[in-house]
Ligand binder design. Sequence first.
Ligand code: COA
Length: 183
Amino acid sequence: MTAEPLERSLDRPEQLAGPAPFPYPLPLVLRPARESDLPELRRLDEEVFQEVAYPGFLLRQLYDIYAEHFLVLDDGEGRLRGYVLAATTALRRDSWILGLCVTHDRRRHGLGRELMVEVLARLRDAGIEQVRLTVEPSNRAAILLYRSLGFLPEEPDGGLRRDYFGPGMDRQVMRLELGRGAG
Ligand SMILES: CC(C)(COP(=O)(O)OP(=O)(O)OC[C@H]1O[C@@H](n2cnc3c(N)ncnc32)[C@H](O)[C@@H]1OP(=O)(O)O)[C@@H](O)C(=O)NCCC(=O)NCCS
């Protein structure tokens, strides 16, 4: 099934959990990524993830394959302030969240949650039954967000996978059965 077209304004004062940044910005728009976003997506990914950002060529190919589940937060002034990217497999009906971020200046306003809730809804509509992700074990903010959406560590070992991305790069694997937890 094709996901519904999406272009939704966020960041309205009543949606903000905390004080709005000053000067008051334009509302962010949550929408699917476009090919023309790729340079800005790369910049954003490097700003947030630095040495573990996706190389440009990989980001390009991830977009080519998974554009349907690649959503961005557009500030209307040429900058993207966040994105979420989910990869899906057709046969096993499962999915991995490959990227989620919100820029520093826009955190703690419910935007990470908006991105996740939207992509999970679209995955569910596409018939996906199980969503997995990896997170740095010390990344408390992300783990709390994922847990609040119903993700649980994938056993064994409380989801901990030593050297998952190479020496010293441990990760926790978390899993959500769609239909049981997330909005
Ligand atoms: C993780 C991230 C996307 C969260 O985005 P955000 O817009 O700030 O998150 P939200 O405002 O939607 O918060 C949702 C929930 O996450 C948790 N959370 C988010 N930031 C938190 C923090 N600094 N401390 C504790 N909990 C936090 C809370 O449970 C929060 O719910 P609450 O507001 O009801 O308490 C953002 O911090 C980020 O981009 N981090 C860097 C990139 C990253 O780590 N990505 C995940 C890789 S696996």
